[in-house]
Each structure stands twice: as C-alpha cells, then as structure tokens.
Ligand binder design. Structure first.
Ligand code: S3P
Length: 434
C-alpha cells in the first residue's frame, strides 16, 4: 500500500490544467458505445474509474481505441452490445456500476457487475428498487455488489421520485428508460449533476427537462458525436482549497467545467471569504468552462447553506480542510449522503482532522469543525480506499508546520493519476513511497 508524505509549502504559483471530468468521461464511453457511428473523445480522464468503464464496454464487444486522453469508440447501436464472458469488474467506481446497471438491465443477455472492497459495501438498493419497478431482474447480496442481472426483460417506463438528490440514480433510470416502452420521468427534490441529460442531447436524443423533472421517450437511437471533456472541478477543488489556505498563493486552474450543478465548492469558498475569481467563461460541447484564479485568503467559518450541499457533494473532504484553517466554526448539515461515498466521508475526515489536532463534532448528517491550526499528527491518516480522503489530507500540509503522512493512497489513481506531479509543479511538496 503506497503512502504520501507531504510537507509545508512556502508559496504556490503557476497555471495548471487538471485532468478531464470523471462523470463526463464515464458517460462518453457508455453513450458512445450504444450510438451509431464513430464517437471521438478528447480529454478523457485516464483514471482507473473511467478506464474500468472503458474496459467493461470492450468486454461487451465494443471496439474502443485509446491514445492517451484521445478515445475513439466505434458505436454498436442500441442493441449491439455482446454478453460479457466474465463478471464486469468496475473497481472503485460507483458511477460505473449504478449507470451500467440501468443500461444492462435492458439488454437481452445476462451480466454480473462487481468491484473492489469499497464498492462492494456501497448501497445499490437505490438503483435496484426503481429498476425492478421497470421490470428488470437485478439483485445483489443485501442489495450490494456483486449485482446479477438477468437480461431479456421488456422494461416499462416509470415515473420515479428520487429519494435522495443523486445523478447516479437519475442516470441509471434514464439509461434504462432509453429501452423502455413509453415515457420515463425522474422527479428530483434537489439538484443533481445533469451531464447525462446534456450528453444525451449531444447524441441527438430528445430529453424534456423542467426545473425538477426529466423525461425521455424510449425506443429512439443515438447518433455518434465528438466530445471534448473539460477539466474536472472535483479535482480542481483540491488546489482551490490549497491556494486559499496558503500564506502566499496565486494560481490559475485552466478550462475547468463550471456546470451550474457542480459549482457548490466555488460558492462555499466565496462565502468563507475565498479569493476565487472566474474568467474567460465559454461554452464547449454543451458544457460551461472557465479559468479559475485562486489566491491566499483569510477564510472564516460559515454555516454551509443546505441548498449548496448537492452542488458540492464530492468536494466536502477538501472543504473540511478549508474549514479547519478558517477563523471560527463551520457547520455542515443535510449531508448524510457523505456517509455512503467511497468511504464514510464524515467519520473518516473527522478521524483524520482529530489526529491533526482540529476540534470537530460529528453529526448524523454533517459535521461541526472548529477552525484552528494543524498540529503534529498523532497517527498517520488512513484513506479507507477513498481517493478524495488521500488528496484532501495531502493539501492540508500547505498550512501545516509538520509533515503529514497518509496511508493507502493508491486510490488517487482512480480519479487523478497525475495529482502529485501537478501539485508539486505549483510548489507543493508531496512524495509517494511504496
Ligand atoms: C456522480 C454522481 C454523484 C457523485 C459521484 C459521481 C455521477 O453521486 O458523488 O462522484 O457521475 O453521476 P450521486 O449521484 O450518488 O450523488
């Protein structure tokens, strides 16, 4: 198991481009595979999660060629996927398993979806339940992976109200809905990322949206298109926080996706007094992008507005580090979903912060963090198979006088393979040992 040792950085500067968006990369492979024609993807995230999706579709007979971050997919059409000979191993990736369970429930063949230790503990009842309502035959032990799907079922459209704000459940249902008779509608009580809806339209598939309702008519087809994957705001977030908590920082994060369903971290950092400026805003392939300049900031603790929680759901490990360096207390509530991510991000972050001398109080659906100064760690941080825990504590070192050791960091490769190189290029000091 690899570990990081990270040391204090005097200053951070430079202009960097973080890798492609993970959510968009997954969807480019899924939709490109079932489209008709050749889809060319540039800026594809070469992380283990998106590569797990790519390999799974190869195992289902799709010809996919990859040269670095350029991917060419020869779409097989809506009914061209082949039965995989083995269980499809989706590693650490919740997005792969939940979205693919929708798509594969509608195929004529049987399939099995499995993953690593972390994925095998994540709740799948949230997708099994609506898929069964649509007529799918899908199950897993205690509603967890491995998921077994008996294909050959005719699915029917449903109207389904999401029990939690979740793009993965929404997308799973929409992908099954592509193959269902009639109009499938998903009703949301909170905003979740809308990359599936945007990309379906990019592939020429009509999607009806009103503020909290998304509908598609089954039985259509997708036409191949070209996709430029913008930089992932979830990866950029680590450097946004690093710059805010540094005594001397001025960095630019280039061409970051600022899809309005994903920008909670920017709003939260700004509310905390973060020196974050957007420029050069433009639209590329249906997604909004901008350059983000972040400078050293005097952060203050805040009560995080509940409406921003789903818009920053993946960025809380980094935001907790910002809160630890802020003046005063930060309170997060309404974030129970954090307990079922790659790890229980409330408890795992709380344990790590405690070992760095930051006072915090864990709540059922959030945390209260008392801003202060990182102290010499009492024990190495354990990532619990969670890439964002590893990276969050790596950036904490920017404002710590002592080194921070984080164990079990191999998982960083799932979403951000060149994290260390980029971090060190702007002045951070991270070393990895096997
Ligand atoms: C994702 C949706 C989010 C997010 C995950 C990626 C997606 O999960 O946390 O990292 O690509 O659809 P939920 O939809 O479960 O909130």
């Amino acid at each position: 198991m690899a570990s990081f040792v990270t040391s204090h950085s005097k200053s951070l500067s430079g202009s960097i481009r973080v890798p492609g968006d993970k959510s968009i990369s997954h969807r480019s492979i899924m939709l490109g595979s079932i489209a008709t024609g050749t889809t060319r993807v540039s800026g594809f995230l070469q992380g283990e999660d998106s590569l797990a999706t790519l390999n799974a579709f190869k195992e289902m007979g799709v010809s996919i060629e990859r040269k670095g971050s350029d991917v060419i997919i020869q779409g097989v059409g809506m009914y061209g996927l082949k039965m995989p000979t083995n269980s499809l191993n989706l590693g650490n990736s919740g997005t792969s398993i939940r979205l693919m369970s929708g798509l594969l429930s509608a195929q004529s063949f049987n399939s099995e979806l499995c993953g690593d230790k972390s994925l095998s503990k994540r709740p799948m009842g949230r997708v099994i339940e609506p898929l069964r309502q649509m007529g799918a035959d899908i199950s897993g032990p205690n509603s967890m992976p491995p998921l077994s799907i008996n294909g050959g079922k005719t699915l029917s459209a449903i109207e389904y109200t999401l029990p939690v704000a979740s793009a993965q459940i929404k997308s799973c249902i929409l992908l099954a809905g592509l193959y269902s008779k009639g109009s499938t509608t998903v009703i949301e009580n909170g905003i979740s990322r809308d990359h599936t809806e945007r990309m379906l339209r990019g592939f020429g598939y009509e999607v009806q949206t009103s503020p909290n309702k998304i509908s598609i008519e089954g039985g259509g087809s997708l036409k191949a298109c070209n996709i430029e994957v913008p930089s992932d705001i979830s990866s950029a977030a680590f450097f946004m926080v690093a710059a805010c908590i540094s005594d001397d920082a001025d960095i630019i994060l280039e061409a970051v996706n600022i899809n309005p369903t994903r920008t909670g971290v920017i709003d939260i950092l700004k509310l905390m007094g973060g020196n974050v400026e957007l420029s050069n805003e433009r639209v590329d392939a249906g997604e909004l992008i901008a350059d983000i300049r972040v400078r050293s900031s005097n952060l203050k603790g805040i009560q995080i507005p509940k409406k921003l929680v789903p818009l920053a759901i993946d960025e809380f490990p980094a935001i907790f580090i910002a809160a630890s360096c802020a003046n005063g207390e930060t309170l997060l509530t309404g974030a129970k979903e954090l307990r079922v991510k790659e790890s229980d991000r409330i408890q795992v972050m709380a344990d790590g912060l405690t070992s760095l001398g930051i006072i915090n109080h864990v709540l059922e659906d959030g945390i209260r963090i008392v801003g202060g100064k990182f102290k010499e760690q009492t024990a190495p941080i354990e990532s619990h198979h969670d890439h964002r825990i590893s990276m969050a504590f790596a950036i904490a070192s920017v404002s710590s006088d002592s080194d921070i050791k984080i164990e079990g960091v191999d998982n960083v490769k799932t979403s951000f393979p060149n994290f260390i190189a980029l971090a060190n290029s702007i002045g951070m000091s991270i070393t990895e040992s096997a």
